[in-house]
Design a protein around this ligand. Structure first.
Ligand SMILES: *Cc1c(COP(=O)(O)O)cnc(C)c1O
Ligand SMILES: [Zn+2]
Length: 419
């Protein structure tokens, strides 16, 4: 294993891997930990060519860059969907590029993961970490997708999953949890409250806690998307990348992956990272605009449930990721998100849930506001599948027309309807 320790994102203190479990003891949950690697040793034993030869089309092809022991990684073999996490398709969206006047627009469709969201990457790594820790029960708070991913991965590894989601979570996500056999508790509160409840429950019952950013390995799972982008683009990275932001952990995961590639000397620098938030859940975007390091939590209000976060847990790293790559935070209105769901589906054939379409809405806004140059190559990270939230999709498009089953009547109706 090439992971060698942790560094606190707040005070900079470093720790051995077995010295702390979740966050910096000095700073508490604000001191999220970054996993450190021995890049020199990595560089000496692995190479892009060696990665390319790897037979597995999944995140496990990046095993040397993951903080898991070889004997833990052997558990992936035979463990159901765990084997299929990642290596999601990357498409070129030519029509979109032409309409927006950009050199190229790429879409990475993480809705194509086994449980249909980006969260499989984190939950897969953290579920294996639970096994390494010798714990058989794993818990998480989630707006829905992280939990669905954890429930699926736990089922595949025969772990018990105990889930806390807001009682307002979309029905499809709750159905996923139940069908995977998780114990599900619908919290009478928002995601931020479920988060704190989960910390307390994990502590009280001795469960392993997956909570986003609080568990330092969620970011490590999420970083694999950056490696895939680099490999799928033939050893290059886009100029600019748009991603939707709730806790900010996908954003920092992507940044981490690109920083790893930079440290290994395989790319020159990470892409410019653009964080997109919903107008009604824009704590990070507001801190960004006001040039603050600290965040002012606010109750979230948006149809994009997966980014309905009032107290982003990876705030410090997320602000740094955007600043250090020369990016920005943007906000988009719910109406813009619904419109983006339609456009993305009708222009590229990709059906995204609202939180995922927010990233695409962010790209359109950045173009509209003249934030980009024409020669740019852009990537939009699509983080979750549209089938996870049917009511929002129906809101985006309205209802379908009925037609008679009697052919003469139907033809008359068609003559009126299709002009
Ligand atoms: C979780 C999630 C996000 C946001 O990820 P954060 O790490 O919370 O910023 C975006 N889109 C979808 C579909 C998600 O499930
Ligand atoms: Zn600290």
């Amino acid at each position: 294993m090439f992971a060698i320790g942790f560094r606190c994102g707040r005070c900079g203190a470093t720790y051995d891997l077995d010295e702390v479990r979740y966050v910096c003891p000095r700073d508490g949950p604000e001191g999220t930990l970054d996993v450190l690697y021995d890049y020199e040793r990595l560089r000496a034993t692995t190479s892009p060519a060696r990665l390319e030869e790897h037979p597995s089309r999944s995140i496990w092809r990046y095993a040397p860059l993951l903080p898991l022991r070889p004997e833990t990684l052997r558990r992936v073999e035979g463990a159901g969907v765990l084997q299929a996490v990642g290596w999601t398709p990357l498409y070129r969206a030519e029509r979109t590029a032409r309409r927006l006047g950009l050199r190229a627009v790429y879409i990475k469709d993480d809705g194509r993961n086994p449980t249909a969201s980006f969260k499989d990457r984190a939950s897969a790594v953290v579920a294996l970490k639970a096994i390494e820790e010798g714990v058989s029960t794993i818990t998480t708070a989630s707006s829905g997708n992280a939990a669905a991913a954890l429930a699926g991965m736990a089922a595949a590894l025969d772990l018990r999953a105990i889930i806390f989601v807001p009682h307002t979570a979309p029905e499809a996500k709750v159905a996923q949890l139940l069908i995977y056999g998780a114990r599900v508790f619908l919290v009478e509160g928002a995601y931020d409250e479920a988060f704190d409840l989960t910390l307390a429950a994990a502590e009280a019952f001795g469960w392993y806690c997956r909570n986003t950013a609080y568990n330092p390995f969620t970011r490590e799972g999420k970083k694999t998307a950056a490696y895939e982008i680099w490999e799928q683009m033939g050893g290059r990275v886009p100029d600019r990348l748009f991603v939707s932001v709730g806790d900010g952990n996908i954003l920092t995961g992507l940044w981490k992956g690109f920083r790893d590639l930079t440290a290994l000397g395989w790319i020159e620098r990470p892409p410019i990272l653009m964080g997109v938030q919903a107008e009604g859940a824009a704590v990070l975007a507001r801190a960004w605009v006001e040039g603050r390091e600290d965040i002012h939590p606010e109750p979230p209000r948006t149809i994009a449930d997966s980014i309905a976060v009032g107290q982003p847990r990876d705030a410090r790293f997320a602000l740094r990721a955007v600043r250090e790559t020369g990016g920005a935070f943007l906000t988009v209105a719910d109406e813009e998100i619904l419109a983006a769901m339609r456009t993305l589906a009708q222009e590229a054939g990709v059906f995204a849930e609202p939180a995922a379409a927010a990233a695409f809405a962010g790209l359109e806004k950045a173009v509209r506001e003249g934030l980009m140059r024409e020669e740019e190559t852009v990537l939009v990270m699509i983080t979750g599948n549209g089938l996870k939230d049917i009511p929002s999709a129906m809101r985006a498009v309205g209802h379908a027309a009925r037609i008679s089953a009697e052919i003469p009547t139907a033809l008359r109706q068609l003559r009126e309807a299709i002009r």
